[in-house]
Design a protein around this ligand. Structure first.
Ligand code: CP3
Length: 348
């Protein structure tokens, strides 16, 4: 086992060390459930300008760190900054979520310009540099991007979707055309992640929220394959920066996702049985996650029992505590403090 010259428990687990207390962080740990986030958000024109104003993005990233001192901060940004950076029209509409001008045919691809991304997203790199300066010495900084499939669903549907009809119609019916879109996403995303690492991100996470909508053949082509290419490009330049994947809903495809993409670890959604993951996945990679975010809304005894059950199954080593998806806006902040205390005092 490599012993890293670092005080950061999260990086030590990622390097294969057994660490107590177990490190934890929470997806969407910055966000609307925190009154101090809502206060900052009220001062900004919209969510996009919050993401692209480094001082404010730095501040909201730090808010949950001050309250709970988790072992990682995740850069405050959004997976849809990549399509925005390439020139696709994007707005976050209050109460409705993201709205994009849809791109549904090869002929529309000319509207996307990968070469703009650097300049448009330069403020994100400033946020990363600010955070490396301001974070406590034991807190790791996670950079992230959306995986191409998930980002493509928003670009093609024009927003959130239930059945991904337009995206699948394109991917299944005109695979060569759809591959050109994926190509642009692989290029811009690899480049964007390399820039985050150059600016100071110490771990990378790739969010593939809608991976579970793909049947096996399509999961291989549109989730595993583009992710593999991003991982190999980032790894070629920064072999020591750990890369975590989150192919949400991948289920039985998780083992192939891990071995074929080359990620160092995966986040588990709440539907993956913890004991199964411990037996079949943990020997080859780092695991993270699994708690149903609704448990954090519930709190109390039920939450404690579920956290202890997950820790009992996965907490031996190579595990980072987290939720199986992002914190919900109705989560009472006190419950997050309880969770932190339970994880920190667990000795297994
Ligand atoms: O604390 C963190 O986790 C870091 C910041 C972060 C955000 N989005 C901030 C955000 C991260 C890592 C994301 C990733 C993201 N964004 C994903 C993948 C993870 C997941 O949750 O599945 C996806 C699918 C998106 C796209 C997105 N962004 C949607 C669909 C929405 C609208 C729905 C919603 O929750 O409002 C967003 C907006 C968004 N991204 C908010 C935050 C804090 C809420 C915006 C607000 O303040 O109004």
């Amino acid at each position: 086992m490599t012993v890293l010259q670092t005080e950061k428990p999260l990086l030590r687990v990622l390097a294969g060390e057994s660490v107590r207390p177990l490190p934890f962080w929470l997806m969407r740990q910055a966000g609307r459930y925190l009154p101090e986030y809502r206060a900052v958000r009220k001062q900004t024109k919209d969510f996009l300008s919050l993401c692209l104003t480094p001082d404010l993005a730095t501040e909201v990233t730090l808010q949950p760190i001050r309250r709970y001192h988790p072992d990682a901060a995740i850069l405050f940004a959004d997976i849809l900054l990549i399509p925005f950076g390439m020139g696709q029209k994007l707005a976050f509409v209050e109460g409705e979520g993201p709205v994009l001008e849809p791109i549904r045919r090869s002929e529309d691809l000319g509207k996307l310009d990968v070469s703009r991304v650097d300049e448009v997203l330069a403020p994100v790199m400033q946020t990363v540099r600010n955070l490396r300066r301001e974070l406590p010495a034991d807190v790791a900084l996670i950079g992230f991007a959306g995986a191409p499939w998930t980002v493509a669903t928003y670009m093609v549907e024009g927003g959130s979707s239930r059945n991904f009809e337009h995206t699948k119609a394109w991917a299944y019916g005109d695979e060569n055309g759809f591959r050109q879109l994926m190509e642009k996403l692989v290029d811009s995303t690899s480049h964007y992640l390399l820039a985050q690492i150059e600016a100071g991100a110490e771990v990378i996470q790739l969010f593939d929220t809608w991976a579970g909508a793909l049947p096996e053949f399509a999961f291989r082509r549109f989730c595993i394959e583009p992710t593999r290419r991003i991982v190999s490009r980032v790894r070629a330049r920064y072999p020591h920066v750990p890369i975590m994947g989150f192919p949400r809903g991948a289920g039985m495809m998780l083992a192939d996702y891990i071995s074929e993409t080359g990620v160092d670890g995966v986040s588990l959604d709440p539907f993956v049985p913890a004991h199964w993951a411990a037996e079949w996945l943990q020997p080859t990679c780092i695991l993270q996650g699994n708690l149903d975010p609704m448990m954090l809304v519930t709190g109390g005894q039920a939450m404690q029992a579920e956290i202890e059950r997950i820790l009992g199954a996965l907490g031996g080593s190579r595990y980072i505590f987290n939720l199986g998806h992002g914190i919900l806006p109705q989560t009472p902040p006190e419950h997050v403090a309880e969770l932190a205390e339970i994880v920190r005092s667990w000795r297994g």
